[in-house]
Design a binder for this molecule. Structure first.
Ligand SMILES: Cc1cc2nc3c(=O)[nH]c(=O)nc-3n(C[C@H](O)[C@H](O)[C@H](O)COP(=O)(O)O)c2cc1C
Length: 184
């Protein structure tokens, strides 16, 4: 493959996430692409600009939620990445649900939800990378196959370059496809 040099910029793919937290006693939601799995233990991370409205909510409450929207929620996803809680009350955009009071709101309309308790943070160039232990996880009943989250039913949004994309198909199974390569 002939290689072309690009500018030093991350282009993805990134899973699209809507982060939820409480601020001023109301739910607020912010779109995040920078984050995901912190390690193979149940720890997620989200990187949020220090000046974002939601950031202080996470610092004060010690909790955040990570909500995975389906393709059908692309407008809401983008809205949460354009509008700031500093100027617009985003609390009515979704139906919130809670695992326990005083934690973080999760989004009923999103098929996958993770409630995270902050277990660490790292400042980086005006952003804070929050690490959170998953303390509760939920999936919409319709998005499970044999009791497990089904990627095609969940229909997550993947961001790459300046596009929102969907998953089209399952192309293989982890810890299995590699075994088909022989001769090494
Ligand atoms: C696709 C997309 C991805 C984004 N990813 C991030 C991110 O990873 N971290 C971040 O701090 N802001 C990110 N943003 C910007 C914030 O979502 C945006 O500034 C938002 O309005 C901040 O809301 P708040 O002030 O209510 O917290 C993203 C925006 C979009 C549209």
């Amino acid at each position: 493959m002939k290689k072309i040099k690009l500018e030093n910029r991350a282009v993805g793919p990134f899973p699209a996430m809507i982060v939820g937290a409480m601020r001023n006693e109301k739910p607020t939601y912010t779109t995040v692409g920078a984050g995901g799995c912190a390690c193979l233990e149940p720890v997620l991370c989200v990187s949020l600009k220090n000046t974002h409205y939601i950031t202080e909510g996470i610092v004060q409450s010690g909790y955040f939620s990570v909500n995975i929207p389906s393709v059908s929620l692309v407008k809401e996803l983008d809205f949460c990445g354009i509008a700031s809680g500093k100027n617009i009350d985003k609390s009515g955009l979704f139906t919130p649900f809670f695992d326990a009071a005083d934690q973080a709101p999760m989004i009923e309309e999103c098929p996958l939800n993770f409630l995270c308790k902050v277990c660490g943070s790292k400042e980086i160039r005006g952003f804070t990378m929050f690490f959170g232990d998953i303390v509760a996880a939920f999936a919409g009943e319709d998005c499970l196959t044999d009791g497990k989250p089904d990627p095609i039913k969940i229909d997550p949004i993947i961001m790459m370059g300046f596009s929102y994309c969907s998953l089209e198909s399952v192309v293989g199974r982890p810890f299995s496809e590699g075994k088909k390569l022989t001769g090494f």
